[in-house]
Ligand binder design. Structure first.
Ligand code: SF4
Ligand code: SF4
Length: 423
């Protein structure tokens, strides 16, 4: 593998601390992913990306920066990638998914902030993630309280733009959201020096829809029994999509989907036919958070769908490609992004409807609602999720977890009991 130390040094990273992170990842990845049997060949691409996760893509991004392109680091599914891509910018997801970064985050944040926020801040302040070092501008948003305060810390030494999210979805809220997208467009234009035109915005909408369609094709294959791919592997594909080139991401997902479709025709699965099927819902699982998928899929069940931001919310709902004028395109973007049902909205019945719809579509035997510790929004919403699923006759298990592994055995006991109860 190429030695990346010179690149990391130039990025101002803490090489010693970063080496510690690099030392543990291959073992964890091997235990969780490479130990699976009969994996689709199409996963080789994603394995290769993970094997040099802080090398391959960062090196590409640096090359693009040398050509004058700007890199935007984002933390939320509501930020419209299309605007950035239209202005010849590059999007890279920055959410931290490792306990490794949490202690550095806790130096400046209260302990009772969710681990995703602490890890994201820690990855920046501890100088142990190249993506956080490379991004020219961070894009925050006013979703939850923890994030709102985190922007004040992250914005101290990086240009940062914050999108003011509506908290409701009334007509006036959507109008305000269109205004936010317009303002974001101006910020991106100024920062990149590229005007967003109706033509390049249309091309960006088509490209990102292409990525959604390809990934959705992979997701759709999970409706089959036997299931042709594990939940873990689909999660990995989704996590990598957040920082990969959109065209390559679409190509790889389409190639994987073709292989899965052939497997379905041949009746090939990665779990025996009749394996209990779980829909996961809750807070996002940023790379390398594979904890719940691993526990479930080594406890006798398969994860067949994720109703969350590292799941269906990323791949469902296309932006309407028909408008060819700017006003119509901005409206189409606002409409599409407001179809995401994050717990930061009130009321948020759309998410409950999504969970039931997806549980039925993916033939789930049960739903596991997993929330990160200290996420008040999703934690509070679990009451409504549980009530609605019970009324629909769908078994549900609510869990709370952190990034560290201290609760893994306790979680496993509860998951095993739930799967046994499914019969
Ligand atoms: S859970 Fe909500 S705040 Fe978090 S990334 Fe998703 S949409 Fe954004
Ligand atoms: S998991 Fe919850 S608390 Fe954490 S960033 Fe997402 S919405 Fe905010």
């Amino acid at each position: 593998m190429t030695d990346r130390h010179e690149m990391w040094k130039e990025l101002g990273m803490d090489l010693e601390a970063h080496d510690t992170l690099c030392a543990v990842l291959p073992t964890a990845f091997g235990d969780i992913f490479l130990s699976q049997e009969n994996r689709p060949e199409g996963m080789a691409f994603y394995d290769m990306v993970v094997s040099d996760i802080h090398g391959i893509r960062p090196a590409e991004l640096i090359e693009e920066q040398k050509r004058g392109r700007k890199i935007f680091g984002t933390f939320c599914l509501y930020v419209p990638d299309e605007i950035i891509v239209a202005a010849d910018g590059i999007v890279t997801g920055l959410c931290g998914g490792s306990q490794f970064w949490v202690p550095d985050g806790e130096k400046v944040l209260p302990k009772n902030v969710c681990p995703l926020i602490k890890a994201s801040v820690g990855a920046r302040l501890g100088r142990t993630c190249p993506f956080f070092r490379i991004a020219d501008m961070y894009v925050g948003e006013t979703t939850c309280d923890g994030k709102k305060k985190a922007w004040e810390i992250l914005g101290e030494d990086v240009p940062l733009h914050i999108m003011d999210m509506p908290q409701m979805k009334r007509v006036k809220d959507i109008e305000k959201w269109i205004g936010e997208i317009k303002e974001f467009k101006q910020v991106v234009e100024t920062f990149t020096g590229h005007e967003v035109t109706a033509e390049n915005l249309h091309a960006a909408i088509v490209l990102l829809n292409k990525r959604r369609k390809a990934m959705a094709r992979v997701y759709a294959c999970r409706k089959a029994d036997p299931i042709p791919i594990s939940g873990k592997d689909v999660l990995l594909m989704t996590q990598i999509a957040f920082f990969d080139d959109p065209q390559r991401c679409a190509d790889q997902a389409n190639a994987l989907a073709e292989e899965l479709e052939r497997r379905i025709d041949a009746g090939i699965g990665v779990f025996p036919k009749g394996t209990k099927r779980i829909l996961l819902t809750g807070t996002p699982m940023a790379i390398p958070n594979w904890k719940m998928h691993h526990i479930i899929e080594t406890s006798g069940a398969a994860v067949v769908c994720e109703e969350c931001c590292t799941g269906t919310r990323y791949v469902e709902h296309l932006v309407d490609e028909r408008p060819m004028m700017m006003e119509g395109q901005l409206q189409a973007l606002a409409d599409r992004y407001m179809k995401n049902n994050c717990a930061c909205f009130t009321p948020n019945k759309g998410r409950i409807d999504d969970i039931i719809r997806l549980a039925e579509a993916y033939h789930a035997d049960g739903v596991i609602d997993v929330n990160l510790k200290f996420c008040t929004l999703y934690d509070t919403e679990k009451r409504d999720v549980k009530r609605a699923l019970k009324a629909a006759g769908i078994p549900v298990l609510s869990l709370e977890t952190d990034y560290d592994d201290t609760d893994a055995e306790q979680l496993r006991t509860r998951v095993e009991a739930f799967i046994e109860m499914l019969g």
